[in-house]
Design a binder for this molecule. Structure first.
Ligand code: 5AD
Ligand code: SF4
Length: 589
């Protein structure tokens, strides 16, 4: 058994608490094998090859039975206390598990889920006695929260590790040794390959193993590598209140579910983040209530498939109500039934604070029943913004991607959404150059971009990922330069259409939640409208209608009305009219 596998097995024991000692022992024992070939470890197959297994079977057949064992069993008499010196406990002590004020530097890569995971990981470490630093040079522990979705994302991490190597080697002996950890999807996907390739990596923690961080770091203290990359069927970190990296931010992300069961053929996520599971509604509502009490003005419900949310934790009988999929959509998995669904959650969350905006990302187009659309339309504080990842405009490619819909069904859904939520802002993800994509398929995607005219878009060149269905069954046969050319074409068309769509806001008054100074100019402020578009406006005094017309300057977390004067594919610009509230706002066109 290789050392890492020992650790993995040990983790199963660890989950159950008191057996942590077993984990530690196994870890140490197995590390002792790290310098010998793996075939030297006592694996059952190896014993069988040597004939030892056969001998063991015959001894077992002639040996005592279970009944004999029970007969001879009796409660052992209590031992008189002896003056013998005890062995040191074979598990980590509370002191060893504590952070002892070591400073942690966290660096986040990839999607919003990783931002939220960073806050969860930090919450766990903080409770364990670690301090946080935003200065790399001060750090005793550097943790990278990583992404595996495309090859490029992983390459960025490898490059970063090379930079960190010199930091580690130049570390003064007078300081505690620097520990480096890889967290998240890349730890899950590559497992021991990272430890073997980069010996300077001390710990690995997959997306479901953040509770184990204090232990992994304690093991690393003794100079050993430690890993936990077990995926869980039920871990949602429901009881961990994330600690926001920016405590003065007006908005926060709240994780409502993890993992994905969709198995789109190009996607690594189901393999790195595991099976879909939803967080119990009660704990989500509690977190949103706390954020509202702290004065936050916007919450984004987060998950790989937010609108597939299904909380079965409080359901005592299966009501067998089958799931309403969007018309013309299907799933790759067996239909799921019962539980409290996304519409119920959205309703409850939006009732907590009428001054708090609610968004959600990222949904799957298959799970948009009418009740969700109606709720978005009716509730003032649910943003009229829907992310509807299309991935391709060609039904042939969509089938190869196993997305569960055709172009026609997708377009019909867009029409239905636009009828149900007038003025809705739409965004999407697209992949250029998927396996077997012809020029005709590509033109179909171009035409979908023209037809829908999205406000916001995320476009990527296809990157083949091991383990996925596409890796096993399809050929990554579109040359890199063709993928990039098609991607450029999609970006150009998306920008042209988004500029047209965004220009329709010119002359309108938009309700903007202020985020802070604009990155480009200190004289300007930046915020977002209901559709999640960035709005830039000069930082000048304005009337505060919430405070008897006082003259004030806008602050982060304020709602202000901005008259839009110009638009591009990415931003709106305008001038501020007055400070207001979400309820009393009179945003109009
Ligand atoms: N290559 C390129 N893009 C991908 N995405 C997911 N997997 C891949 C891949 N292998 C894109 C999809 C998804 C977004 C989060 O990332 O568009 O919606
Ligand atoms: Fe990946 Fe598809 Fe799941 Fe999105 S829905 S995370 S693209 S498998």
């Amino acid at each position: 058994m290789r050392p890492l596998q020992c650790v993995l097995r040990a983790q199963r024991c660890l989950r159950r608490g008191p057996l942590a000692s077993v984990s530690w022992l196994l870890l140490r024992t197995c590390r002792a094998h790290s310098s010998v070939p793996s075939s030297a470890c006592p694996r059952p197959e190896r014993q069988q090859e040597d004939g030892v297994w056969k001998d063991f079977s015959s001894r077992l057949a002639t040996g005592p039975t279970f009944q004999d064992f029970l007969r001879s069993a009796s409660v052992p008499p209590e031992k008189p206390s002896s003056p013998e010196v005890e062995d040191p406990p074979p598990y980590l002590t509370v002191d060893e598990l504590s952070g002892r004020q070591r400073k942690v530097y966290l660096e986040t890569y990839g999607c919003q889920m990783n931002v939220n995971d960073t806050e969860i990981a930090w919450s766990i470490l903080q409770k364990s006695g670690y301090l946080r630093t935003s200065h790399l040079q001060e750090a005793d522990v550097i943790l990278l929260v990583t992404c595996s979705i495309r090859e490029k994302a992983e390459q960025t991490i490898w490059n970063r590790l090379h930079q960190l190597k010199s930091l580690k080697s130049k570390r003064l002996r007078s300081r505690v040794p620097l520990r480096i950890g890889i967290l998240g999807c890349m730890a899950e996907r590559l497992k021991e390959e990272i430890l073997n390739r980069e010996k300077m990596v001390d710990i690995l923690a997959g997306p479901d193993a953040y509770r184990d961080l204090p232990r992994l770091l304690a093991v690393a203290e003794s100079g050993q590598q430690a890993a936990n990359v077990l995926l869980s069927l039920d871990e949602t970190y429901a009881d961990v209140m994330p600690v926001q990296t920016n405590p003065s931010a007006a908005s926060a992300f709240v994780s409502i579910m993890r993992g994905c069961d969709n198995m789109c053929s190009y996607c690594i996520v189901p393999f790195t983040r595991g099976r879909e599971r939803s967080r119990p509604i009660a704990s989500i509502l509690e977190e949103v209530r706390k954020l509202s009490e702290q004065g936050l003005k916007e919450v984004t419900l987060l998950g790989q498939n937010v609108n597939s949310f299904r909380d079965n934790s409080e359901v005592h009988f299966n009501n067998a109500v089958s799931t309403n999929l969007s018309r013309g959509f299907s799933t790759n998995y067996k239909a799921k039934q019962g539980g409290l669904r996304f519409a119920h959650l959205l309703d409850q969350v939006s009732r907590i604070d009428p001054e708090m905006r609610i968004r959600f990302t990222s949904p799957h187009p298959k799970d948009f029943p009418d009740e969700v659309l109606q709720l978005i339309h009716e509730r003032d504080n649910i943003c009229k913004q829907i992310h509807l990842p299309a991935q391709s405009g060609s039904s042939r490619v969509l089938e190869a991607m196993r997305r569960g819909y055709s172009r026609e069904a997708y377009v019909e859904l867009i029409q239905h959404i636009r009828e149900s939520i007038p003025g809705v802002s739409l965004s999407s993800d697209f992949i250029a150059g998927f396996c077997g994509e012809t020029e005709e398929d590509h033109l179909q995607t171009v035409s979908l971009l023209r037809e829908v005219q999205y406000n916001i878009g995320f476009l990527f060149a296809y990157s083949m990922r091991q383990k996925t269905r596409a890796y096993h069954r399809l050929k990554d046969n579109i040359p890199e330069e063709v993928k990039l050319r098609r991607l450029e074409e999609l970006i150009t068309v998306f920008r042209e259409e988004a500029t047209k769509a965004n220009k329709s806001f010119v002359g309108c008054t938009q309700l903007v939640l202020v985020e802070g100074p604009s990155k480009r100019s200190a004289a300007d402020l930046c915020g977002r409208n209901d559709g999640n578009l960035k709005v830039i406006f000069p930082d000048v005094e304005m009337e505060d209608v919430t405070d008897s017309g006082l003259r004030v300057r806008a602050q982060p977390g304020d709602y202000v009305l901005v008259k839009i004067t110009s638009a591009s594919s990415q931003t709106l610009k305008g001038h501020v009219l007055r400070k207001t509230t979400l309820k009393d706002s009179t945003a109009h066109c």
